[in-house]
Design a protein around this ligand. Sequence first.
Ligand SMILES: [Zn+2]
Length: 353
Amino acid sequence: MATWCGRWSVSWKRVRGHEAQIEAFDRAVHRGRLAHAYLFVGPPGVGKRLFAVELAKSLLCESRRDDGRLEGCDHCPACAQVEAGTHPDFFTASRPPETAEFPISLMRELCQHFSLKAARGRGKVVVIDDADDLNAESANCFLKTLEEPPAGSVLILIGSSTDRQRQTIVSRCQVVRFRPLPSEMVAEVLKANGVDDPTLRERSIQLGGGSPGQALALADPALWEFRRALLAALTRPRFDAVALSKAWMEFVQEAGKESVHQRRRARLTLRLLIDFLRAALAFGLNYGADERVGDDRPLLQAMTNLTNAEQIASLLERCLEADFQIERNVGTALVLEALLDAVADRMTVVETR
Ligand SMILES: [Zn+2]
């Protein structure tokens, strides 16, 4: 099992599983080769943003370690301010939840801050989350800023993959890749966050794909309870699409008043459904699914009795599309309603065969 080796002991210890990246930044700083712009890519929830904050702390810390390691002390005013988000030379920004793109106004503001001299003399660090959503205007503004960066300043873009970025951006940034964490490490994070139920932990880890953030979001008992009800309804020969979409939306709304919370929950429920449909596809085709079937066997059996592989594949596609639409801020209720209508249609087609 890969464990924390203890070489980095203060602020970096919160970052799990990305030691090679920490070492690489340490070497870069000591060789005076720190780049002005980095693009952090990797699955959501693996710790890219946390890494960026710890890196900012290390760079802006005013009480450097005697051994010269790149590490924040976690005690000086600068470290405390970075942590609290109040350091005058540390900026973070992300796409506002109600917009589909990273707005140019926000990027201009960031770039302007970035171009000013550092207030505390240790350079500046700017972190831009949601780099996947930069539009042409925002990307251009960012590129212009990169042409004359103030000394000692670092811009960090955070995205999911290089494929989702503009080539002009990728070519001007050093790409740092963050990989999924081993299951044992994700399990430790879940335990440390009070996820004590071993079954819930196991299922969340399995579905979390090596991302502690995703696994934590999935380790919500209410989600799995809803999954049971949703799948029970969907695997009946007939279901009331209107009533089911209403129940689904009610569950989504219980996540909070703000649409960002509702969208997040809607996407989590879709993720559970997508995972089930994938399992149903494998179950129907009779390969490699046995160890994952477990308690779901009756549901999988019912699903494969009602639909054939082609139809499950098409439902899967429809769910992925719904997920994409919700991510792009299409109204959640509309998307779920349309999805269940499509599911009901496909089920009916099978039934009448
Ligand atoms: Zn410090």
